[in-house]
Design a protein around this ligand. Structure first.
Ligand SMILES: Nc1ncnc2c1ncn2[C@@H]1O[C@H](COP(=O)(O)OP(=O)(O)OP(=O)(O)O)[C@@H](O)[C@H]1O
Ligand SMILES: Nc1nc2c(ncn2[C@@H]2O[C@H](COP(=O)(O)O)[C@@H](O)[C@H]2O)c(=O)[nH]1
Length: 184
């Protein structure tokens, strides 16, 4: 399982889409109580839940991020594994630590995305079409501050990719996949 983690706007969804398009790795669809952004689709980007329906699933882990609930369910994982044994999931750094701790080390590859200039993230989120008030709220959250650095518990064994330039990022991802698949 390729766990893609990092701060908001660093490119986790973009990398996951690349892994899906070029390596046929399905993305685990996770659950959230956050309202959909413009263009996001239920059951494609997330299972969008009410606070009540969120409680109905069976979770491997759940977190709160900027006031909303997020969780990866066993149902979501199974649906991805039915398509391919190699899968990908997008998690905040708290979730990535849970996966790294709870799953066998040879089954989880963590990719931590970052950028050289965190100020660029604001522009990326704005270009994505995010609401300005929502960007401001997110950048003030404790989760944003936390995810600016790779947690110590993930330092050993994680791949750090500085996503400043998309073409270079794709090359780095290709290299990681080559190394990890040849080791397995
Ligand atoms: N190297 C790059 N250079 C410029 N823009 C990029 C780069 N990589 C991704 N982007 C763009 O930045 C925006 C944020 O990327 P993406 O949605 O993949 O981030 P994310 O980490 O999944 O964010 P979030 O956690 O907020 O959902 C998107 O509009 C994406 O197209
Ligand atoms: N630990 C988990 N983190 C998750 C899950 N699904 C998404 N996420 C992460 O939450 C933040 C915010 O996501 P956004 O779509 O609102 O920008 C981001 O870091 C995601 O990676 C999950 O099931 N568990």
């Amino acid at each position: 399982m390729f766990v893609v983690t990092g701060n908001t706007g660093t490119g986790k969804t973009s990398v996951t889409k690349y892994l899906n398009d070029f390596y046929e790795m399905p993305k685990v669809i996770t659950h959230t109580t956050r309202p959909p952004r413009e263009g996001e689709q239920d059951q494609v980007d997330y299972y969008f839940e009410s606070p009540e329906s969120f409680k109905q699933n069976h979770y491997l882990e759940t977190v709160q991020y900027n006031g909303y609930h997020y969780g990866s369910s066993t149902e979501g994982l199974e649906r991805a594994w039915q398509k391919n044994p190699l899968i990908t999931i997008v998690l905040d750094t708290a979730g990535a630590q849970t996966y790294a701790r709870e799953l066998p080390a040879d089954e989880v590859v963590v990719i931590y995305l970052t950028v050289s200039e965190p100020a660029d993230l604001i522009h990326r989120l704005a270009n994505r079409g995010d609401d300005v008030a929502k960007i401001e709220s997110r950048l003030k959250s404790k989760e944003y501050q936390r995810d600016l650095t790779l947690p110590a518990a993930l330092a050993k064994g994680s791949h750090v990719v500085v996503n400043d330039d998309w073409a270079d990022t794709k090359r780095q991802i290709d290299q990681i996949i080559k190394e990890e698949i040849s080791e397995s």
